[in-house]
Design a protein around this ligand. Structure first.
Ligand code: 5GP
Ligand code: ZN
Length: 112
C-alpha cells in the first residue's frame, strides 16, 4: 500500500523517532506547528477515526498511554493538545490515523 505513514512505521521512510514499541510509533512532525509537535500512529494501517472498531480500538487506547508517557518524559507539565483530524472537513491530509501531540505554546481555542 502506498501510505507514507506505513512506510515511516516500517522504516522505509526515515523519521525522527521519539518512541517505538510493537504496535505504536511516535515521531516529530516535518512541519511543526508548535515548539513540540509529535505524531503518534499505530503501526497497523487504520485510515481514520471513522474506521475505529472493537477489533482495532485497543491500539488507540494504547496510543493515549504513549501520549501520557511522552508528556512526562518530555516534561510537558504546562499542558498539551492532542489533535486527530478526520476526513476532508477535519483537515486530514495523510490517510493513516495519527494523533498530533502539540505543546510549548499557548494554543488557541476553538481551533479554526
Ligand atoms: P493531518 O493534516 O493529516 O492531520 O497531518 C499530517 C501531518 O503529517 C502534517 O502535520 C504534516 O506536516 C505531517 N507529515 C506529512 N508527511 C510527513 C513525513 O513524511 N514525515 C513527517 N515527520 N511528518 C509528515
Ligand atoms: Zn498506512
Amino acid at each position: 500500500m502506498d501510505c507514507i505513514f506505513c512506510k515511516i512505521a516500517n522504516g522505509e521512510i526515515p523519521s525522527k523517532k521519539v518512541y517505538e514499541d510493537d504496535t505504536v510509533i511516535a515521531f516529530y512532525d516535518l512541519e511543526p506547528q508548535a515548539p513540540t509537535h509529535i505524531l503518534v500512529i499505530p503501526k497497523q494501517h487504520i485510515t481514520s477515526a471513522a474506521d475505529i472498531t472493537s477489533e482495532n480500538s485497543a491500539v488507540i487506547a494504547h496510543i493515549y498511554e504513549v501520549i501520557a508517557k511522552l508528556s512526562k518524559d518530555l516534561k510537558l507539565e504546562n499542558g498539551f493538545r492532542v489533535v486527530n483530524n478526520c476526513g476532508e472537513d477535519g483537515g486530514q491530509t495523510v490517510m493513516h490515523i495519527h494523533f498530533h501531540l502539540m505543546a510549548g505554546r499557548k494554543l488557541a481555542w476553538p481551533a479554526g
